[in-house]
Write a protein that binds this ligand. Structure first.
Ligand SMILES: [Zn+2]
Length: 70
């Protein structure tokens, strides 16, 4: 019986870990610039090819969220 309980606990742990991972998961950097249809290669470790693109995309993202909230 102990085995069954252990398995259940293990499964529970996995679900919990997955739930936490899903919530806290940082967006992985995109190899291609995320700014609109820029299409340039991103700088290593980032999702944008340049500072301007990142700022542009952040502006768009903020505008989207405001539209959602309104
Ligand atoms: Zn770009």
């Amino acid at each position: 019986m102990a085995d069954i309980i252990d398995e259940a606990n293990q499964e529970y742990d996995q679900h919990l870990t997955a739930a936490i991972a899903n919530r806290a998961k940082p967006v992985p950097p995109s190899p291609i610039c995320r700014n609109g249809d820029c299409g340039e290669q991103s700088l290593p470790g980032t999702s944008y090819c340049c500072k301007e693109c990142r700022e542009d995309a952040e502006k768009v993202e903020r505008a989207k969220q405001q539209r959602k909230a309104a």
